[in-house]
Design a protein around this ligand. Structure first.
Ligand code: 2P0
Length: 332
């Protein structure tokens, strides 16, 4: 299985994705099965690049993230590599070097691109011939949203019916080129978030009185968003996306203690985006488990959207990206 130079080595790139119909909650924490399906867009100019080298005989993994080591992240990476080692029936340690060109762990879905790139590179390094769907299932077990970053463009991750989770997999709905929307990301804080997504979801499911309403209403939202995407109906996608975002945050805010992922600037950005849309600009917002605001717009609106967000007090920076492809090989 080794490559031409006798090494078990590969590198891959994956991009973060942003959910328009949100994933929040698990029905099985061990297999990382979601309580709800979700729909996302994969971005293009933000990326994770990950290099994986398995070393026969090596005990344990050596992990470098943006040039540094982090014990908690290394444990998650080892757990993910264990799934690949199990498949390949080897017990070799790996050297992993991964970097992002955007802030890690601040609500920019670094775990989505990170684990999608890790599974993609790790599978190839071991010579495993995995389909995209199989990679999506493995990435899901490492971090739920990573299931979606295996694919590009508009992606749906299914709730699934099977107890073993093999059908809780992402699949593409529409290629990025078929509806090339743009995304402006307003960075309102560069600090790592205080409550990670897994802990936030656990607390929400245990204590939020809105959990069952969230689960019960998701199928209808998925249908609405899927239809809007297939019809390329911007206004319909705007309404369902803002609805799902605000519903997820209301659910999480009602946990005990309540989860507050926004800061003041996040809220100001939401008002600014709503005002722009009222003026006729094709733009809507979404916010994940962190304080950054993502404004999704038609290409013609991107400069005006960026300028408006830059103008909001508390906005530190505005990134700008299109929609991109799924996980893929790069030269090591
Ligand atoms: C999403 N988020 O659909 C939702 C919306 C954040 C808010 O998926 O525990 O890092 O690793 O499965 O995927 C972030 O959660 O959580 C997330 P785990 P993940 O994008």
């Amino acid at each position: 299985r080794a490559d031409a130079s006798g090494e078990f080595h590969a590198a891959s790139q994956a991009q973060p994705n942003i959910a328009l119909v949100k994933y929040w909650g698990k029905r099985d924490a061990a297999l990382n099965l979601p309580a709800v399906g979700s729909i996302s867009i994969t971005l293009d100019s933000l990326w994770t690049r990950t290099d994986v080298r398995f070393v026969p005989g090596q005990k344990g993994d050596r992990v470098s993230l943006n040039g540094r080591s982090d014990e908690a992240e290394s444990r998650r990476i080892t757990a993910c590599l264990d799934l690949l080692r199990q498949r390949a029936a080897v017990d070799w340690g790996a050297d992993v070097a991964s970097r992002n060109n955007f802030p890690t762990a601040a609500g920019l879905a670094s775990s989505a691109s990170g684990f999608a790139a890790l599974v993609h590179a790790g599978a190839r390094a071991l010579g495993l011939q995995l389909s995209d769907a199989e990679q999506s299932v493995l990435a899901r077990r490492c971090s739920g949203s990573a299931a979606r970053s295996i694919f590009g463009g508009y992606v749906e991750w299914a709730h699934g019916r099977l107890a073993d989770g093999t059908d809780s997999v992402a699949q593409p709905l529409l290629a990025a080129e078929s509806w090339p929307l743009r995304v402006a990301v307003a960075i309102t804080s560069k600090a790592a978030k205080q409550v990670g997504s897994s802990e936030g979801m656990r607390r929400t499911a245990q204590t939020s009185p809105y959990q069952s309403a969230w689960v019960d209403t998701q199928e209808a939202d998925l249908t609405t968003a899927r239809n809007a995407i297939l019809a390329r109906d911007f206004e319909a996608l705007a309404l369902i996306s803002e609805y799902s975002c605000l519903k997820m945050h209301a659910l999480a805010m009602a946990a005990q203690p309540g989860l507050l992922y926004w800061n003041g600037a996040t809220m100001e950005c939401m008002h600014r985006v709503r005002a722009l849309r009222q003026q006729g600009l094709p733009v809507f917002f979404t916010v994940d488990a962190g304080p950054q605001l993502k404004a999704v717009c038609e290409p013609s609106a991107i400069e005006e959207v960026k300028a408006a967000l830059r103008d909001v007090p508390g906005v530190l920076d505005v990134l700008d990206t299109g929609l991109g492809a799924g996980a893929r090989a790069i030269s090591p």
